[in-house]
Design a protein around this ligand. Structure first.
Ligand code: URA
Length: 261
């Protein structure tokens, strides 16, 4: 699409005015000032800025979703409820989830029809950080923390995990956790094992391998009983969204995610 057409369709101004803005040097394509209105841009790939502000074409959509446990990250499923089933008021044709969360994982999941945005967030070379809150049976020693931070083996024939960041929030027993949190709904333990150690914390990883957090914690002897993704890059789950609710991302959030990269 022509650059001037893209800007006019994005409500920056009339076709005539946007040509002037372009010639004046107010428009950047992929970080470079472009002064030629007729230049062809790829609206699915190129990043267009007007006075350093990202221009979003109205055809593009971006949603933040608070995924509940119990639904699967897929478009369709014969048996299970899917994440798409929660978007019954919007047209989700061509809109896809950015990455996946396991059926029992809760938290931040993004949706878009912008392939470039998805690629930026998912591409392993970009190392976008994802932060997870976990509760796990077991305990973490200093040595375990070091292993998680340095990188460890989580499967035969797989490379070591990339260095991660870990922040332990609490060590306690199942009984103690149960008093404060409704962990019974995630994992119901036999009462004669109530003294079993439980640990909670945040794990930040920059990869997206299958069941990665669970497998990393398993590699140091912990069994995840609750997992929630709280952030992706600089974007944190909006806690005013109840489980199963979504909202569109605001321009600053989209800009921040793209600029982060
Ligand atoms: N790691 C996991 O183990 N599960 C998820 O859903 C996401 C990350």
């Amino acid at each position: 699409m022509r650059l001037d057409k893209f800007l006019a369709e994005s409500s920056i101004g009339s076709r005539k005015n946007v040509r002037i803005y372009i010639k004046e040097g107010s428009v950047k394509v992929n970080g470079q000032v472009i002064t030629e209105p007729a230049i062809d841009i790829n609206e699915n790939v190129d990043v267009i800025e007007y006075f350093d502000k990202l221009v979003i074409h109205p055809g593009k959509v971006y949603y933040m979703f608070h995924k509940p446990a119990g639904c699967i990250t897929a478009r369709k499923d014969e048996v299970n409820k899917t994440v798409i089933d929660y978007f019954n008021e919007v047209d989700m044709n061509g809109v896809f989830h950015v990455g996946r969360l396991d059926k029992d994982t809760e938290g931040l999941l993004l949706f878009t029809n912008d392939g470039d945005f998805e690629h930026h967030l998912m591409c392993p070379q970009k190392h976008v950080e994802k932060k997870y809150f976990f509760i796990a049976l077991g305990s973490l020693t200093e040595d375990d923390v070091n292993k998680l931070e340095k990188g460890l083996s989580i499967g035969k024939d797989e490379p070591l995990t990339k260095p991660a960041k870990i922040n332990i929030i609490r060590n306690g027993t199942y009984k103690e956790f149960e008093k404060e949190m409704d962990i019974k709904k995630f994992y119901n333990i036999d009462s004669n094992r109530y003294n079993q150690p439980v640990v909670s914390g945040y794990l930040i990883i920059s990869e997206g391998r299958k069941h990665q957090v669970k497998r990393m914690l398993k590699a140091v002897g912990c069994y995840v009983i609750y997992l929630k993704r709280v952030s992706i890059g600089g974007l944190t789950l909006d806690e005013t969204l109840k489980k199963g609710q979504y909202r569109t991302l605001v321009e600053e959030e989209i800009q921040m995610l793209l600029k982060d990269l």
